[in-house]
Design a binder for this molecule. Structure first.
Ligand SMILES: Nc1ncnc2c1ncn2[C@@H]1O[C@H](COP(=O)(O)OP(=O)(O)OP(=O)(O)O)[C@@H](O)[C@H]1O
Ligand SMILES: [Mg+2]
Length: 320
């Protein structure tokens, strides 16, 4: 089995996955409540919480799998991108475990992890495909030609889609993180009530800062009437973001000549996005937001570093 560890942001996660991609355990402890009062993730608070949670989460994963560390053949851990202090907790834990048991270690790129959430049983997606990766920190269109990697076809020039949901939710007074709250509120609203512009760019890049500003102005203009319009605002705002994502994914598939579109990352949980791309493959709901099963899954496709050649590995904050 592969032991996966993920601590890149505010989820402390451990999972056990077989080399065939069967999930034996997938434990995620979210710190969202801890950060909610600050309206976003506080890096130092996240690192300290990871430190407290990483061993209990790991033990729970072993319990859930009915396994011991003896059955672990390889350790896969997120190396970046993410909050460096948070990443270092997972990376140091993984190094210590692998080193003590003389196991190989696979450093995993978090974004490759999100893509690899599609490779798990019982219904794995096979490359090639176009992957829309829409999360709290990234919005990417990827041409996935093989299991081990991908080419980036497009990215956001400003906010990520999940960030746009979170900032919109804050403007609507829905708390943090807000994507799921907007999704729920939008169900009772009229998506045609407000017209929010979707930035059209050349090529396959996205921009979500304009739509956020439009929401801000709409809320200001409404004044006292805001309360009566909140669900319409949520529905119209969500429609604008979803439309941009769908158009981008379809254009990428056409440009790259791919028949399959897959969607991963936290925003892949969005119900309107799921409905708007009926032919696409979506990551299972439990694997959309951060988890370690996807990290263990990615660990199946990268070459592991043999014991003890991983002790000097460092975390990285971004890919460039
Ligand atoms: N139903 C939903 N609709 C829209 N957005 C959602 C939904 N559920 C979760 N999200 C958004 O998903 C994001 C979290 O996703 P994820 O955990 O993949 O991101 P991250 O790990 O913070 O970022 P990254 O993977 O880029 O480092 C948040 O922005 C959240 O608002
Ligand atoms: Mg993520």
């Amino acid at each position: 089995m592969i032991l996966g560890i993920e601590t890149s942001c505010d989820e402390t996660a451990a999972a056990l996955v077989t080399l065939d991609g069967e999930i034996k355990a997938n434990v995620v402890s979210s710190q969202a409540d801890l950060h909610a009062r600050y309206g976003g993730v506080v890096p130092e608070v996240a690192s300290r919480r990871h430190l407290e949670l990483v061993m209990p989460v790991l033990r729970e994963a072993l319990d859930e799998a009915g396994a011991t560390l003896d059955e672990v053949e390889r350790v896969a851990v997120t190396q970046g991108p993410g909050l460096v202090g948070a990443l270092l907790v997972g990376l140091s834990t993984a190094k210590a475990l692998a080193w003590a048991r003389r196991l190989p270690l696979v450093p995993v790129d978090h974004l490759h992890g999100h893509v690899a959430s599609l490779y798990l049983e019982p219904d794995p997606v096979e490359p090639p495909f176009i992957c829309l990766l829409a999360s709290g920190g990234h919005t990417l269109l990827l041409d996935v030609r093989a299991y081990g990697g991908f080419d980036v076809l497009g990215t956001t020039l400003d906010d990520a889609a999940g960030e746009a949901f979170d900032k919109g939710a804050r403007l609507l007074g829905l708390g943090y993180p807000g994507g799921a709250a907007i999704d729920r509120l939008a169900r009772g609203g009229d998506a045609t009530a407000f017209s929010f512009p979707v930035a059209r760019l050349d090529g396959l890049d996205f921009s979500f800062s304009g739509v956020k500003t439009s929401l801000l102005y709409a809320i200001r203009d409404l004044g006292d009437r805001l309360e009566a319009c909140r669900s319409d605002l949520a529905a119209s705002y969500q429609r604008a973001i979803v439309r941009a994502l769908v158009q981008g994914a379809l254009a990428a598939a056409e440009q790259a000549g791919r028949d399959t579109i897959a969607v991963v990352g936290g925003v892949a949980a969005n119900s309107e996005l799921r409905a708007a791309l009926p032919g696409a493959r979506f990551a299972p709901l439990a694997l959309c937001t951060d988890n370690a099963a996807m990290i263990a899954s990615a660990g199946r496709y990268s070459r592991p570093l043999p014991y003890p050649r991983y002790l000097d590995l460092d975390a990285y904050a971004s890919r460039v």
